[in-house]
Design a protein around this ligand. Structure first.
Ligand SMILES: [Zn+2]
Length: 269
């Protein structure tokens, strides 16, 4: 459970305690007086999902054998996923970009961190020299990239749940480490759920849970995955990714995974 979630749970249990009226109490016209204050209604915000359509604007991403652009696929899939998630009424959803514009990696991460996202899903489509390779895969942050994440926390003065400015460097490092570890566990859990729900819906590449140092996965306190929908360098994947029905099949698997993830132990939703 993240530090934020623990604080939220404590606040929730405090607020949920029934309010007791103090002072003398007597009955007037059979109505208890003074009336007991109604328990405050506790509004717990719905989990926030940030969907990140890869590339955009001057950056087309991969280009398919038949000319399909990765940015076109990722934009369409992200919007479809947003609609599916919002239809459940269980989540708040933000896109890092809703139009064909270029957004820096930094800004994509900033959106997730500043809004305190509960889950970040970056959507991409792959490409490789071997045209026969096809299938989806899911990336989480590689161990070797974690020091880079720490450097970014320090260089960009990211505000963590704890005030790093008041800590010595080594304590600050440990706190970032703790946040990272909890985030990693959650990212890995979501990746596994996602792959099991994608299996059977689409081809998966061998070793489909992969680890890399992609910039958008570097936030130490936002669970994040990068989903590669398939290979645009493969004509079959390209043809499928162009169709709404195939993308919808994939995005329904993502929505199901989000449902499974947030109904897991210790998570809100
Ligand atoms: Zn990409």
């Amino acid at each position: 459970m993240s530090i934020r979630a623990i604080i939220a749970a404590c606040l929730f249990s405090l607020c949920a305690m029934p309010a007791l009226a103090s002072g003398p109490r007597y009955f007037k016209d059979s109505v208890p007086y003074p009336r007991l204050k109604p328990s405050p209604t506790v509004v717990v915000a719905l989990p926030l999902i940030v969907i990140d359509p890869g590339h955009g604007g001057r950056d087309p991403g991969a280009i398919g054998q038949k000319g399909l652009l990765e940015k076109t696929v990722t934009t369409a899939a992200a919007k479809e996923l947003k609609a599916l998630l919002e239809a459940t009424g269980r989540y708040r959803v933000i896109l890092t970009r809703g139009t064909d514009t270029f957004v820096e990696h930094d800004d994509r991460l900033r959106i997730a961190r500043e809004r305190q996202a509960d889950l970040f899903i970056s959507i991409h489509a792959d490409s490789t020299k071997s045209r026969s390779i096809r299938g989806a895969s899911v990336y989480t942050l590689a161990d070797r990239a974690k020091n880079r994440s720490k450097r970014i926390v320090n260089n960009q003065n990211w505000i963590m749940d704890v005030d790093l400015a008041t800590q010595s460097d080594s304590v600050g490092d440990i706190l970032v480490d703790l946040a990272q570890r909890s985030t990693e566990t959650q990212s890995e859990a979501f990746a596994d759920i996602l792959l099991s729900n994608l299996s059977g819906k689409t081809a998966l590449v061998g070793n489909s849970h992969r680890r890399a140092g992609y910039y958008v996965l570097l936030a130490p306190d936002v669970p994040a995955v990068l989903l590669e929908l398939g290979f645009l360098s493969n004509v079959n994947d390209e043809r499928l990714l162009k169709t709404k029905s195939h993308r919808t099949k994939l995005m329904k698997a993502v929505r199901l995974s989000v449902d499974d993830y947030f109904s897991g132990p210790g998570r809100r939703g």
